[in-house]
Design a protein around this ligand. Structure first.
Ligand code: HGY
Ligand code: MN
Ligand code: MN
Length: 413
């Protein structure tokens, strides 16, 4: 294929490396929590690169950043691409950033090749794809797609009780209600992302074309027992809140293992106890549970089993608990015509590929509610992600970016 544009892999890899240094924790770990100094610095980093390339930018009331390569026909809706730059504690350098900086590189390469789109091309850096600050992931894309109302967003509080409005106040202007987009405000949305699994590496394929994004759910459980002196209170009759929580965490694992679907996964990633004293029986305990499947029926049956197990465990232990659903989302089915488009471009670029599911969630899960959406996956070493040794090769990143650029070029003509 004659090169109609040139992806400058060195420039892209250099920027990924530069961005990875903007972190609350020392390299190779990457930590960038919503509206932290590191998150704000990453936003400035991206905007500087975008403005250097001659693109315009705007930011909405929750901090979603839109970077635009203007098209010649303003009556046409834009083609969008994008992902996130925020990162959970002790994460890696490629989750989300490949989609943001790869999208920027795709737009720059097209511009430098003298390409003039009819439809504008818009790169979106979504606010808070990770759930770390408020316990809810995809905050920016949920508000955009109206899966979260402005009122619900305003009620969010972080672990210290600080609200979203307090956090966004110094950095964003406007009402949260203005973030919502209308159906088909975008012609299509394409997200480039590392696979965060090892299928592509195992099959030695260049790219994955995502046809379905798993249905994520998460819950917060608070347990109430009675405390007491670790030495003086004999075992019979104890109401140990932590041990009830511990049994429920094992019930989460069991429900995922016995599920009829091989894609059911359950994780208890957050646990806390009070008063957290070695010689005091825990009177309170907290669990935060992440539970998913590509099959939403199988997921919800398993969640029902966890609920029943929690009722039985707490009744037996004479402990009470509250079950708070943080979110329980349906899966996203990606656009068939966009998948066909990606497939023909992958063939034309001689990229080996397969159609696959995404077990991680992404902003694409919510963009799919408001416009035709698809994802491009690239392989990452051993499928590792959300850990400092997360790694995608320069070749993989460059190939994924090339497919994205070609697809953006074709769709914006
Ligand atoms: O948890 C996820 O699937 C995403 O990485 N936030
Ligand atoms: Mn992630
Ligand atoms: Mn991600």
């Amino acid at each position: 294929m004659s090169e109609t544009f040139h992806i400058q892999a060195d420039r892209l890899l250099g920027e990924l490396h530069e961005l990875a240094q903007i972190s609350e924790h020392p390299a190779p770990a990457v930590t960038r929590i919503l509206f932290s100094p590191e998150d704000l610095a990453a936003r400035i980093f991206l905007l500087e690169k975008a403005h250097q390339a001659g693109f315009s930018s705007r930011m909405d009331a929750v901090g979603n950043i839109m970077i635009r390569m203007a098209g010649t026909d303003p009556s046409l809706t834009a083609i969008a691409t994008g992902s996130h730059t925020d990162a959970i504690p002790n994460a890696g350098a490629y989750d989300g950033t490949v989609g943001v900086l790869g999208g920027l590189e795709a737009m720059r390469a097209l511009k430098e090749a003298g390409y003039q789109p009819r439809r504008s091309i818009e790169l979106i850096m979504f606010t808070a794809e990770e759930p770390t600050r408020f316990g809810l992931g995809c905050l920016g894309s949920r508000l955009m797609s109206r899966c979260l109302s402005a009122d619900e967003a305003s009620q969010l509080r972080d672990a210290d009780g600080k609200s979203l409005d307090e956090w966004r106040g110094p950095h964003c202007t406007g009402a949260l209600s203005e973030v919502a987009l209308r159906e088909n405000d975008y012609h299509a949305f394409i997200e480039l992302h590392i696979e965060q699994g090892n299928l592509l590496e195992a099959k030695q394929l260049d790219v994955g074309l995502v046809e379905k994004i798993a249905a994520p759910a998460s819950f917060r459980l608070r347990f109430h027992g009675s405390g007491g002196h670790a030495g003086a209170v004999l075992m019979p009759g104890r109401r140990d809140a932590f041990l009830a929580a511990a049994e429920v965490a094992l019930a989460v694992e069991k429900a995922a293992i016995v599920s009829s679907s091989p894609d059911t996964v359950g994780t208890t990633g957050v646990i806390d106890v009070w008063p957290k004293a070695i010689n005091s029986i825990p009177c309170e305990a907290l669990l935060e549970i992440d539970f998913r499947d590509t099959d939403v029926e199988a997921r919800d049956i398993a969640i029902g089993q966890i609920r029943q197990a929690a009722d039985a465990i707490c009744a037996r232990r004479n402990v009470t608990f509250e079950w708070h659903c943080i979110h329980q989302d349906p899966p996203a089915i990606c656009s068939s015509w966009l998948l066909d488009e990606l497939e023909s471009n992958a063939r034309m670029l001689d990229l080996s590929h397969c159609r696959m599911v995404s077990r991680a969630y992404h902003d694409a899960l919510f963009m799919a509610r408001i416009c035709p959406t698809v994802m491009i996956f690239i392989p990452c070493r051993n499928g590792w992600s959300h850990r400092p040794d997360e790694y995608a090769s320069p070749e993989a990143i460059s190939r994924g970016t090339q497919l994205l650029a070609e697809t953006l070029r074709k769709l914006s003509q």
